[in-house]
Write a protein that binds this ligand. Structure first.
Ligand SMILES: Cc1cc2nc3c(=O)[nH]c(=O)nc-3n(C[C@H](O)[C@H](O)[C@H](O)COP(=O)(O)OP(=O)(O)OC[C@H]3O[C@@H](n4cnc5c(N)ncnc54)[C@H](O)[C@@H]3O)c2cc1C
Length: 487
């Protein structure tokens, strides 16, 4: 039996392992931590449970597919709710906008709460769907770095559609053309943060993202986001994949044009195929330092990172839903802080995720598990201790002001996740959440490919390589590798 070795048990590494095992390889996954999932993990304390990283789940079909190709019924392993309300938005003047997943209800809500019309919303979402249909096959499902990907009718069609996909304008320019009200513009600009980018720089083609929520739906696994990891690891073990934890890979041994084996502190694992799920920067910096690719990878701007407070709150807030956003009044300045001065703005947009709204066991009765996150720059030489203390104070002031309640008094449990910790825990370069940013129109083409040109049996998956960060794209990268590796 041919052997495959996967470096990293993040969601993309697990997905790649499942796909390779189904192709007939005997797969071993080596993970440096003592748990699987990488960023997709959880924490508990004082009767509260929190998803530690991702909170928004889109495109569950990419998870289900992994059960299906393994001959299993997805619902035997993995169940999820579809959300009726995608997000509740709060603005400083007291306006609240509820984004219903039914686009007609949402369009009417915008017409009632802002200066924009329902037609403008429906037209914008139609365009989002158009971009998705024009690009999905080419940009999300295939390698962008194989000539064969470009020799198909579907590619030709996508290329002809390029002038209509807003690649020459920024997301913000497109949204300012579509809407009059700064509240609606902020709401749609926010989608740039779904891949850690800046809406004032990222190309308008990223207006594809609203379609993922409004067109394809937003979901929450019945046992929380962490269940994506748990159910896939269970599947992987059921089909015979071996997981070895506390196994930090320190190098990949190569000989001429082949990767021969993966080396940990204590062992050496030979593989016919080697797949790296670890951040591509780390791979070139530490695992194959002779590959001379680091400079090109280093040049690219990293996506934003996050500062998260996990707060067990001793009260329920009916005005909040699973996903909530409390907007900054000056969104543009907030992004200048994130990407130019690499600091945290004093009035940050605050995201609050509360899974206990749907998963009752996630908090004691009458209480809520708040995952409170702001976007922050990735790690440079900032004084994080000072920045975090200040951000905590500003977040508490903002949330207390908008909800009319002293939040600090209600905190019964607290933990933090910082960019530095994200870097330390998952080896994500500079603690960025989504690998490189999409802050220029060619970013999609600069993301690292899913295979090595130098070592013919070496492949790369995960949020730091093509097609990008976020659970759906990380899962797509494993699917692309599956296509690239011939039986
Ligand atoms: C706070 C936060 C919020 C997010 N929100 C969302 C969201 O709402 N929706 C969404 O879709 N996405 C979200 N994301 C992004 C999403 O989590 C990631 O894109 C995705 O989980 C990346 O998976 P991955 O497998 O590529 O990488 P990772 O999860 O980083 O996994 C890489 C794995 O490799 C291991 N590893 C690294 N180096 C080595 C080594 N040398 N030896 C052995 N093992 C190694 C790491 O320990 C880790 O387990 C969020 C991320 C964070 C951190």
């Amino acid at each position: 039996m041919k052997k495959a070795v996967v470096v990293g048990a993040g969601i993309a590494g697990i997905a790649a392992a499942i796909r390779l095992q189904n192709k007939g390889y005997a797969v071993t996954v080596l993970e440096k931590n003592n748990y699987p999932g990488g960023k997709l993990t959880q924490l508990t304390g004082n009767g509260f449970r929190f998803d530690a990283g991702p909170s928004l789940f889109t495109m569950p079909n990419l998870v289900n597919e992994l059960f299906e190709i393994s001959g299993k019924k997805p619902s035997d392993y993995f169940k999820y709710h579809q959300l009726d309300v995608l997000c509740n938005y709060f603005y400083e003047d007291g306006t609240q906008v509820s984004a219903n997943s039914d686009i007609n209800i949402f369009a009417n809500e915008i017409a009632n709460k802002t200066e924009d019309s329902s037609d403008s919303v429906l037209k914008h979402l139609e365009k989002s769907k158009y971009i998705y249909n024009a690009t999905e096959e080419q940009f999300l499902n295939k390698s962008l770095h194989k000539i064969s990907s470009f020799l198909s009718l579907s590619t030709l069609k996508s290329i002809f559609k390029l002038p209509f996909l807003n690649i020459f304008s920024s997301m913000n320019q497109v949204n300012e053309n579509a809407f009059k009200d700064s509240k609606t513009i902020r709401l749609f600009n926010r989608y740039a943060t779904y891949n850690g980018s800046n809406p004032y720089k990222a190309p308008g083609i990223l207006n594809i993202i609203p379609h993922l929520e409004f067109g394809l739906g937003a979901y929450l696994p019945k046992n929380g986001m962490h269940d994506i990891t748990n159910s896939l690891v269970k599947l992987a073990k059921d089909i015979g994949i071996e997981f070895l934890f506390n196994q930090e890979v320190v190098s990949i041994k190569t000989a001429r044009n082949k990767a021969e084996s993966v080396v940990t502190k204590s062992d050496n694992y030979k593989g016919d195929v080697i797949i790296c799920n670890a951040d591509i920067h780390m791979v070139y910096d530490k695992l194959i330092p002779n590959a001379k690719k680091l400079k090109a990878v280093d040049k690219q701007e990293r996506s934003s990172s996050a500062l998260i407070f996990y707060w067990g709150i001793g009260k329920e807030f009916p005005e909040l839903d699973v996903h909530n956003i409390l907007f900054s009044e000056d969104y543009k300045t907030e992004f200048e802080h994130l990407f130019t001065s690499k600091t945290i703005y004093k009035d940050p947009t605050v995201y609050i995720n509360i899974t206990s709204k749907l998963i009752k066991n996630d908090a004691p009765k009458g209480k809520e598990n708040w995952f409170v996150m702001i976007n922050v720059p990735s790690v440079y030489e900032q004084d994080w201790e000072v920045m975090i203390a200040e951000a905590r104070k500003n977040i508490l002031t903002k949330v207390s002001r908008i909800l009319g309640e002293d939040i600090e008094k209600l905190i019964e449990f607290e933990e933090q996740l910082t960019p530095q910790l994200i870097q330390d825990k998952t080896n994500s370069f500079k603690g960025s959440l989504y690998g490189t940013s999409s802050n220029n129109r060619f970013a999609a083409f600069f993301r690292h490919k899913n295979f090595s040109s130098q070592y013919k049996n070496l492949y790369f998956c995960g949020g730091s390589v093509h097609p990008g960060g976020g659970i759906p794209l990380a899962l797509s990268s494993a699917k692309i590798i599956d296509q690239l590796i011939k039986n």
